[in-house]
Design a protein around this ligand. Structure first.
Ligand SMILES: [Zn+2]
Length: 352
């Protein structure tokens, strides 16, 4: 089993107004005596992230340096370049999601009037896995005859195949059934449903009759995994994102809001990449660095709010004493700060 990401309930902190978030970051870094501060950002290249990026520059009175790629994939190598452009660094990053949820996917309305998945890149990474999982939740059926709860598993899930170019679901039969097959069904073999599933989902099992029903959410993350031939050598963003979240896909697709869960797990992975790059692979000599990672909610292509989820704070280049903040701690830390307001208008900041 892979290391578990933080629970979704913990990551679902209250969204903050963007200028409020930035104003509190600025107060924090002012109090910590940041000097010659360069704001940097890793986020998707999506147009819905552009005003957000510009406003970070406005609050720090310095245009923002870009550390990210499509899908909010961090390019840590750019951090070394950023270090030549400023003394201290304040870094904001993470995935984004359209505020309107439809069937587990976040949507946004584009300038052309179309309502589309957003983050589109992460939705493309998710798509095949989600479809494969949802198909299995419909094709594997459960039913009940007197006290016997039965499950029919189609043959296509029973025959093991080597990992290929397309996503396949690999059913963990010993978590799903008990004992040998009872007989043949129309599509596959019929077994007794595993007793743990019977006792863990009484609200489903108690309502079963003799007509087979889709197994639905009883197909939980311990009952399956995915197989796919990944390409770890690829520098193409979709492959890199897929590789970094592949192990977590079972819990992503089976969560209530899979697209958002993927966004959050992506942010968690990228945050720890940047934090370890700063402490291990980067000459941070005497620098102050503050990193805030979280989920951006896109209400429109112009307007975002932000959920702080993770923080990292290194003072005077002292990597061993760097502090890490989880979802509760980072929100507490920001709540303690005043909201700094820029003394000039945005156009004045832009030199216009
Ligand atoms: Zn995106």
């Amino acid at each position: 089993m892979p290391i578990s990401p933080p629970d979704e309930s913990l990551l679902e902190q209250t969204p903050m107004d963007l200028m409020d978030t930035y104003g509190r970051m600025r107060s924090l870094t002012d109090r910590a005596d940041f000097q010659g501060t360069l704001p940097a950002i890793w986020q998707c290249s999506d147009e819905s992230q552009s005003i957000k990026k510009a406003l970070l520059g406005y609050v720090y009175n310095c245009p923002t340096f870009n550390l990210g790629r499509v899908g909010a994939l961090l390019d840590p190598v750019r951090l070394s370049t950023a270090a030549h452009h400023g003394q201290d660094l304040v870094i904001l990053g993470g995935s984004h999601i359209g505020a309107e949820e439809v069937s587990g996917v976040g949507y946004i309305r584009r300038i052309n009037g179309q309502s589309v998945p957003c983050c589109g890149m992460l939705e493309r990474v998710l798509g095949d896995y989600l479809r494969t999982y949802r198909r299995a939740t419909q094709l594997i059926k459960i039913s009940r005859e007197a006290s016997r709860v039965k499950i029919e598993v189609p043959y296509k899930y029973l025959f093991e195949k080597p990992a290929g170019e397309t996503v396949r679901i690999r059913i963990h039969l010993n978590q799903l059934v008990e004992g040998e097959a009872l007989g043949e069904g129309t599509l596959g073999k019929i077994y007794r449903l595993h007793p743990e599933l019977v006792s863990d989902y009484p609200e489903v099992v108690n309502h079963l009759g003799t007509t087979p029903q889709p197994i639905g959410h009883l197909l939980h993350p311990e009952t399956f995994s995915f197989s796919k031939k990944l390409n770890p050598e690829s520098h193409e963003p979709k492959s890199m994102l897929e590789g970094s979240v592949f192990d977590f896909m079972p819990q992503i697709v089976s969560s209530v809001f899979p697209h958002r869960r993927l966004c959050n797990i992506n942010t968690w992975r990228q945050f720890h990449r940047i934090a370890s790059y700063i402490t291990d692979g980067f000459d941070g000599s005497n620098r102050n660095i503050f990193v805030l990672a979280g989920l951006t909610i896109d209400h429109s292509i112009r307007h975002n709010s932000f959920i702080p989820q993770f923080g990292f704070w290194m003072e005077h280049g002292r990597a061993l004493e760097a502090r890490y903040f989880g979802p509760l701690e980072i929100n507490e830390l920001l709540a303690e700060q005043d909201v700094y307001r820029p003394p000039v208008t945005f156009l004045e900041y832009a030199g216009l």
